[in-house]
Design a protein around this ligand. Structure first.
Ligand SMILES: [Zn+2]
Length: 290
């Protein structure tokens, strides 16, 4: 097991507060290297990957969680997905020349959404729209929990060129938070002393000891997080069927082949004339069956 890419949960024994620590290294690097991104975008993508992992572990559902941003400015699309098995993938469509100080402007003009697609066939998608708040993804997500989930939640994120890490504290659902307000404030206060350096370099055991020396914290086993895209030959074949016979013929005439490129991981699926003929034949046979 790769011990650098993990999600680890913990609980405070004397307060209804839970926490999570996420550290992404191999998966984060794999994802940011799939496209040529400006530095500011690599960081933003790192933050979004950490946020999606943290959220997929606290929101109870079976399926895939998506953090999506759509904008009209220099960032057109940011899409990060995490499955319940902690398989991550993500992409950004943006201008090549976006500078760090333009990031906020680009984000402020768009919409951020959190979506959950259940595993079951025909399951209904849940979608929550998140208003941009403050100057960061982090503040917007904290705002989302305040409004939609009614759960006091705090996040701390740190990203550099090789790692993306995050830390989350949340008052547990169904408890009466007002009874523990002082304790909750105190825990936040302690966690605010956390520096990016510490978050990026220390393991969770050391972090917890350093932050909460007076607290009784129960730490659960780490769970591995990996980069995994769910693109496949089958999905690419479906894309060709959707393209239609005429378009497919045209493409074959021009290039002698059809290349379906996965937007996420850039994997290319190449089909020649024989493959394409078989794809349409298979599709025809299966439609006859129905
Ligand atoms: Zn892919």
């Amino acid at each position: 097991m790769n011990d650098k890419d993990i999600l680890q949960r913990f609980l405070f024994e004397n307060a209804p507060v839970r926490g999570e620590f996420v550290q992404l290294s191999t998966s984060y690097q794999a994802i940011i290297q799939q496209h040529t991104y400006p530095a500011a975008i690599r960081r933003l993508l790192g933050e979004a990957l950490v946020v999606a992992t943290l959220l997929s572990a606290i929101i109870k559902f079976k399926g895939r969680l998506t953090v999506q941003f759509r904008g009209k400015g220099k960032i057109k699309l940011l899409l990060v997905q995490c499955t319940q098995q902690l398989h991550l993938r993500g992409l950004v469509q943006c201008s090549d020349d976006i500078a760090p100080d333009e990031l906020w402007e680009a984000l402020h003009e768009g919409t951020l959404a959190i979506m959950m697609d259940p595993d079951i066939e025909g399951g209904k998608r849940y979608q929550g729209i998140v208003a941009w708040q403050g100057r960061s993804l982090l503040e917007s997500i904290e705002g989302y929990f305040k409004l939609s989930e009614q759960l006091p939640t705090r996040l701390w994120l740190a990203v550099n060129d090789t790692s993306a890490t995050g830390f989350l504290l949340q008052v547990m659902p169904k408890e009466r938070p007002e009874l523990y307000q002082d304790h909750w404030e105190h825990l936040q206060h302690l966690t605010n002393t956390l520096t990016s350096e510490e978050l990026l370099c220390l393991d969770v055991r050391t972090l917890l000891k350093r932050l909460y020396s007076e607290e009784d914290v129960r730490l659960f086993d780490p769970m591995p997080v990996i980069f995994q895209c769910n693109c496949s030959v089958k999905r690419s074949e479906n894309a060709i069927v959707l393209l239609g016979r005429e378009e497919a013929e045209h493409e074959l005439h021009e290039k002698q082949k059809i290349v379906v490129t996965c937007e996420f991981c850039n994997t290319e699926y190449v089909f020649d004339r024989v493959d394409v003929a078989q794809i349409f034949k298979k599709d025809e046979n299966s439609s006859h069956l129905h």
